[in-house]
Design a protein around this ligand. Structure first.
Ligand SMILES: [Zn+2]
Length: 313
């Protein structure tokens, strides 16, 4: 079964729900960043959370989910768009093995206290960021709190990653359930009962449960209408061309000293860990362009002086 996401609304219009299987995506993130188990779980949950949240925004918009905790994990960032493309990184991919008393990977301990922020990047509008303090560092609970506190939408979020003994990813997935304004007491009670039954999302995904079946666990026998059903993937927007443009931003002096010290310039993408290497001849056009720009500065000055003189006449 490939990774995909489903977004539905119940026919009584009381609940909006999303579920995703993200096993292959988290597997790719683990391989790209060479994360140790706790880092895999933390990053995988943030990536899965971003994927789900990215499906709640309008077409063309994007979200950036950021966890900034005081724990050894450091910053964890994932961005996703409405097309189901996601990418992400964790500042410290080599976390030690933190385990809870029951032997589970202790993501909360790795994340520590801090803040969760969600930025919505919208077309034709200024980006909007909402943030909340971390309530547990388990990511799913923190995202639940974000929706309730920052967006005033009562929600339940479940995110899970199951790591195998050989460090690879066995299963990953998640869900978001949101109460719409017309939700009845009866619906809320039924939902609460069902939520307590769903103990581990990743174990359900591992058992072969599809996102639709996961929603059936949560929504019981409520009928729903499918609003979106789409494939999701790990996809980064970096490229050799973009990296080349970044080099120009370093300035002539920095480019020349890096070339002198290292013989080449390496640009590494945080999000996907790809590296782009540029030799001296690759960046010669940048250097000569920067030379022209730097030589142009005195000309601008003279024009200004002439302008001032004319004003003083
Ligand atoms: Zn990249």
């Amino acid at each position: 079964m490939k990774d995909y996401l489903i977004r539905v609304i119940t026919t009584n219009k009381e609940i909006r729900a999303l579920a995703v299987k993200s096993t292959d995506i988290v597997k790719e993130a683990q391989e790209r960043h060479q994360t140790t188990p706790v880092a895999t779980a933390a990053l995988g949950r943030v990536i899965t959370g971003a994927l789900l949240t990215g499906s709640l925004v309008k077409s063309g918009d994007e979200v950036v989910l950021k966890i900034e905790g005081t724990g050894p994990a450091g910053k964890i960032v994932a961005d996703a768009n409405q097309k189901g493309e996601v990418r992400g990184y964790i500042e410290n991919p080599n976390l030690d093995l933190y385990q809870t008393d029951s032997g589970k990977l202790d993501v909360a301990k790795a994340v520590g206290a801090g803040e969760l922020s969600l930025t919505k990047i919208m077309k034709m509008k200024e980006p909007y960021t909402g943030s909340v303090p971390l309530v547990s560092g388990e990511i799913g609970e923190d995202l639940t709190y974000y929706f309730t506190a920052s967006e005033q939408v009562p929600s339940a979020v479940g995110l899970g990653v199951l790591v195998d003994t050989d460090l690879s990813v066995k299963a990953a997935g998640g869900f978001i359930i949101q109460l719409l304004p017309d939700a009845s007491e009866e619906t809320i009670q039924m939902l609460e009962d069902n939520l307590t039954k769903v103990k581990s999302v990743s174990k359900l995904i591992e058992s072969g449960m599809t996102p639709e079946e996961l929603l059936e666990e949560l929504l019981g026998d409520m009928d729903y209408r499918i609003m979106a059903l789409k494939d999701v993937e790990f996809k980064c927007r970096c490229s050799r061309e973009r990296s080349f443009e970044l080099i120009a931003g370093l300035g002539k002096e920095e480019i020349e000293s890096t070339l002198a010290e290292q013989g080449e310039i390496e640009v590494r993408c945080h999000f996907c860990n790809n590296t782009y290497t540029f030799e001296k001849e690759d960046v010669e056009s940048i250097i000569s362009e920067l030379e022209i720009v730097e030589n142009e500065i005195p000309e601008v000055d003279t024009e200004e002086i002439i302008f001032e003189k004319e004003n003083n006449k």
